[in-house]
Write a protein that binds this ligand. Sequence first.
Ligand code: KIV
Ligand code: NA
Length: 275
Amino acid sequence: MAFTVSNFLKCKNNSEKITMLTAYDYSTAKLFNDEKIDAILVGDSLGMVCLGYEDTLKVTMEDMIHHTKAVSRACDHTFVVGDMPFMSYQTSVYDAVVNAGRLVKEGGAQAIKLEGGALYCDHISAIVNAQIPVMGHIGLTPQSVNVFGGFKVQGKNEDNAKKLIEDAKKLEEAGAFAIVLECIPSQLAKIISESISIPTIGIGAGVYCDGQILVYQDMLNMYSNFKPKFVKTFSDVGHAIHEGVSSYIQEVKEGVFPGEEHSFSLKEETLKKLY
Ligand code: KIV
Ligand code: NA
């Protein structure tokens, strides 16, 4: 049975953890879908891990739609969330609804995610009214990197922590079906998770969240530019790719690949006529 928006709440109520990863293309999404991961986020992190930018700010709606299309074609079990890129919703409630609609209509997403707390509640309500489920995202919100002055753990002092608890409650009121908590102390994530009825999905937010998400290139050791403390390498795919590519180069250079078993051949009598 496909994982739907109502399963998020069911999982929280049954104390079943929600599993999420990011994905940006068809073949990767298909592997995750076949593994029956609950949900995939087509994150604007694609700006960094797929497009090689230093942060997520240059990602466009066109980028997001392009990748969301590829992922949604692969998923018949997994729920697909499309991420709203920088300046696709900050500008107005109207822009937020129109661009959320594009991720669903053109991209095939089943829900959207956007960064920010109380400030964006009107945007979230309007999108929800347009019949599009919304996932919130608070804590370290990478689109605010220039305001934060870097990628830093959030919610460490009393005021900031209280603000995040308040933001989470406001997001629930605005109609969000889940909230990503990024890079906050695990005790704060626990308090937030206990003070709202919708599930929290943590990344660098400890074990008390109702679910977890990671950028897949991080957990498979495929992105070496930067490795945050909260990332665990679950499989060293980066190493496997290095080994595979290096063997390929060597075998091609030595004339070992392709072997006969990888080659097509002519019948003997046809071959004779060609000389
Ligand atoms: O873009 C992204 O990958 C995200 C997750 C890290 C939550 O927003
Ligand atoms: Na994101």
